[in-house]
Ligand binder design. Structure first.
Ligand code: PXG
Length: 303
């Protein structure tokens, strides 16, 4: 593994980047993270991701030993250090090194890790569409570990993904405790009905940055969006469906539980959203280039 990883306050060669075996992020999944992407020399929605990181940390009473602006700067610096203009960024904050024993008071200082890698695809043939199945594992209820917290505890979702793998599907659809559709294992979920784009309210799923972006794009395209609970019946009989997330982007869903969605091809609404998403990610975001000296204007460099 090459490249430089930010850990413990400094950039280190990836092979030497390490955390303590007593870190509660490892021992208890006690920590939070973000997955962010850079396109075309810009980090897309950097400030929003870092804001969500701090929200997740607040929810678990984790003090991040930096300001949001400092974390943004470290993420951009990680891109520069690794020569990344297009890539995937992982920001992790663990509770830090402590001792055996769950009590977070054993961990005096949280640990910030920033990894920058060239992007990896997560679904085979994603742009052609995927097949998904409903998992028997339910998404966390809001009164357990809230699905709004992007925590280091992903076992429920890992189990759902294993189930999908075992059944020969590309991804799992997770329901909430009442049987309403929640989201996929690392992506939010949308359907297209006869009158609108529809996605569940965020009580049962992550407040996805891509989800927000898709909803804003739909508004500019004149597509009605509804946030309301719906069931598997609505999914199976939808005209179109797609999942969306930072890593996957917008991926058409061609079948759910062996029911073909629509006519089994990428639908027109999904197609427009995919195109609009590809355009926006490549044209907005915090520039990775160093800021020009004061007074000097570089055309087209910054939004
Ligand atoms: N739901 C869940 C449970 C997620 O983990 C999303 C929805 C989509 O959210 P964003 O903000 O990305 O639109 C996620 C995102 C990874 C990885 O490497 C995971 C995510 C994002 C990027 C990378 O596993 N999860």
């Amino acid at each position: 593994m090459d490249g430089l990883v930010y850990v413990g306050g400094t950039f280190r060669p990836a092979a030497d980047a390490a955390i303590s075996v007593f870190d509660h992020g490892l021992l208890y999944g006690d920590g939070v993270f973000e997955g962010i992407r850079a396109y075309n020399g810009r980090v897309f929605k950097l400030e929003r991701h870092v804001e969500r990181l701090f929200d997740s940390a607040k929810a678990i009473r984790l003090e991040i030993p930096h300001t949001p602006a400092e974390v943004c700067d470290i993420v951009v610096e990680a891109c520069r250090q690794n020569g990344i203009a297009d890539g995937y960024l992982r920001v992790v904050v663990t509770r830090g090194a402590g001792d055996l024993g769950l009590d977070p008071r054993k961990c005096p200082r949280a640990c910030l890790i920033v990894i920058a890698r060239p992007t990896l695809s997560i679904y085979r043939a994603a742009s052609a569409g995927i097949r998904i199945v409903t998992s028997t594992f339910r998404r966390n209820a809001p009164d357990t570990t809230s699905p709004s917290i992007k925590s280091l505890n992903y076992l429920n979702n890992v189990l759902a993904r294993i189930e999908a793998n075992d059944r020969g599907a590309d991804e799992a659809l997770m329901l909430d405790g009442h049987g309403y559709v929640a989201e996929a294992t690392v992506d939010n979920f949308f359907i297209v009905t006869d009158h609108a784009l529809m996605t569940p309210p965020t009580a049962t799923n992550l407040k996805g940055v891509t989800r927000e972006t898709v909803m804003a794009l739909a508004a500019t395209l004149g597509i009605t969006v509804e946030e309301k609970p719906f069931t598997l019946f609505d999914v199976w009989t939808a005209r179109e469906a797609f999942i969306c997330g930072t890593a996957a982007e917008v991926v058409p869903v061609l079948s759910v539980d062996e029911r073909v969605i629509g006519n089994g091809a990428i639908g027109p609404v999904t197609g427009r959203i995919v195109t609009a998403y590809h355009e926006i990610v490549r044209s907005q975001g915090r520039s990775i280039l160093p800021a020009p000296p004061v007074g000097e204007v570089v055309a087209g460099d910054r939004v």
